[in-house]
Ligand binder design. Structure first.
Ligand code: HEM
Ligand code: HEM
Length: 163
């Protein structure tokens, strides 16, 4: 399949995009998150107070994340990604593939559910959006833990592949 094309290494653009998106996700999850429910209801009910620094930043950063996700998937398809490290247990490689796939999926699903619920003034989708945001935190936690196991226990230079 095109998305599993082997490459000798991640390209500089893939590395920069990975870390840029990590920073944007931290801003989105921990800095520009508070009060979003309140601002959404103000907007959906046609009241004042919907457009604040937080809501504007949340919308803009989320949209940038969506555009960068499209770029990342395009690069993944054209450039590919390096094969799993030698000696990595097969189950671990399989879990890594699934986790990476789900993380890519969330980079689309989060902004899309956010944008559709906001501009569609559709409250039920905001609950899905919040669930997806929790799922992202869990998966990113697993992802970082897996990188830590590679680096500290197995002493493969996995982190170096993304730097
Ligand atoms: C990757 C992109 C995004 C991430 C990681 C993200 C993350 C979050 C987080 C952490 C919250 C707070 C959840 C809570 O209070 O428990 C939230 C709420 C919300 N976000 Fe996003 N968001 C993203 C994109 C967007 C976009 C583009 C919009 C469009 C305006 C949006 C609209 C909303 C709305 C309306 C809420 C309020 C939900 C509620 O409390 O009822 N989000 N988002
Ligand atoms: C401090 C936090 C993070 C660290 C240390 C880290 C580290 C890494 C490393 C070393 C790789 C390369 C794995 C390999 O060579 O097979 C990687 C890949 C990846 N990371 Fe992260 N990451 C972090 C956060 C995140 C977050 C928050 C996301 C959420 C989107 C993410 C999404 C991905 C994806 C999708 C890949 C697979 C790239 C591909 O194969 O196309 N990472 N990460």
């Amino acid at each position: 399949m095109a998305l599993s094309k082997p490459a000798a290494a991640f390209s500089p653009a893939q590395k920069i995009l990975h870390w840029t998106v990590v920073v944007l996700l931290i801003l989105q999850e921990f800095v520009f998150d508070g009060g979003m429910g309140r601002y959404f209801h103000a907007y959906a009910d046609g009241k004042t107070g919907a457009w604040t620094t937080t809501s504007i930043a949340h919308l803009l950063i989320g949209t940038v994340i969506l555009l960068l996700a499209i770029w990342r998937v395009a690069l993944r398809a054209t450039h590919g990604a390096p094969a799993a490290p030698d000696d990595e247990p097969a189950l671990f490689s399989m879990l890594a593939k699934v986790t990476h796939g789900l993380l890519y999926l969330l980079l689309f699903a989060l902004p899309l559910t956010g944008l559709i619920s906001w501009f569609g003034k559709y409250d039920p989708l905001t609950d899905v959006h919040k669930l997806l945001s929790d799922a992202l935190l869990v998966l990113a936690g697993l992802h970082v833990a897996a990188v830590a196991v590679h680096h500290l226990v197995w002493r493969t230079n996995l982190l170096g592949r993304m730097i």
